[in-house]
Write a protein that binds this ligand. Sequence first.
Ligand code: PLP
Length: 327
Amino acid sequence: MWRYSEGLPVDERFAVSFEEGFTPLLPVDIDGREVLVKQEQLFTTGSYKDRGASVLISKARELGIEEVVEDSSGNAGAAIAAYCAKAGIVCRVFVPEETSPGKLAQIAFYGAKLVKVPGGREAVASAALKAAEDVYYASHSWNPFFFHGTKTIAFEIAEQLGWRAPDTVILPVGNGTLLLGAYIGFTELMKAGMIGAVPKLVGVQAAACAPLAEGFSAGGGEAARIFPEKTMAEGIAIAKPVRGGQILAAVRKTGGGFITVTDGETEAALILAGRRGYYIEPTSGAALAGVMEYLRTARPDEGIVTVFSGHGLKATEKMAAVLEEPG
Ligand SMILES: Cc1ncc(COP(=O)(O)O)c(C=O)c1O
């Protein structure tokens, strides 16, 4: 992705990179229709979050920063920890006390210091903010440099289509690092005269935790206040997205919308992906379930792009549990 360094707000000499990006854009048969799927599960840490981590940690290196804090028990935490390991930057990751050890193993292997915080996700975020009073806050959801990394997905999609934008891009959305990144990237390409229009952006949320979908259908400018329930799509189980207003505005501006999916639909999508040769994690399965729903009313000639955002090997226990479901 550093082929686009002219468009990245970092001095390339400080790039922290595993030569990530330019993931394949492959046609996948979904219910008899061909959809192009960006293979974002193929990054070094197993998810597209490496795009954001590469730019953010490169910027930290450029600024001479020696230590960062982040709060994430999932893919973003793993990506920040890996890029810090590569850059020789000390990394502290705040996580909920009850996070399962399996999820923390990858972060710990990269040498990040894990700080377990009791009291749920909100308490973790406040502890990280407090620590960030003296240490650089490498937050995937707040730090703008992360979004300048994730925007490269739009550059790649356009380049892989021969410098054209697709009609519609369907993405999983929780805190919006992928969706807002895509919006920024396509907008930059349009302003540079390289594509005609920003594609319609469609966000997929789990029905059990859908503050953006609910806020959007209520017609408001902010995410709805919700009482979330459990979902297997943990990457998008964000009850209070910090950039909720920005996400809704971006989706509206592109003429897009939201789709919600149940865990049952996500499981069916995971199985479909597997039968096509793709092993993706439940959060990515939710996005695929959203695509299946979208296809019911899509125009026959609509050019649709989606992503497989994380690798199935990230969530072995959850994947194994799907096989035990009756039917
Ligand atoms: C695999 C995967 N897909 C999609 C997302 C959604 O990203 P965001 O919360 O930034 O919208 C995440 C977030 O953690 C994720 O881990």
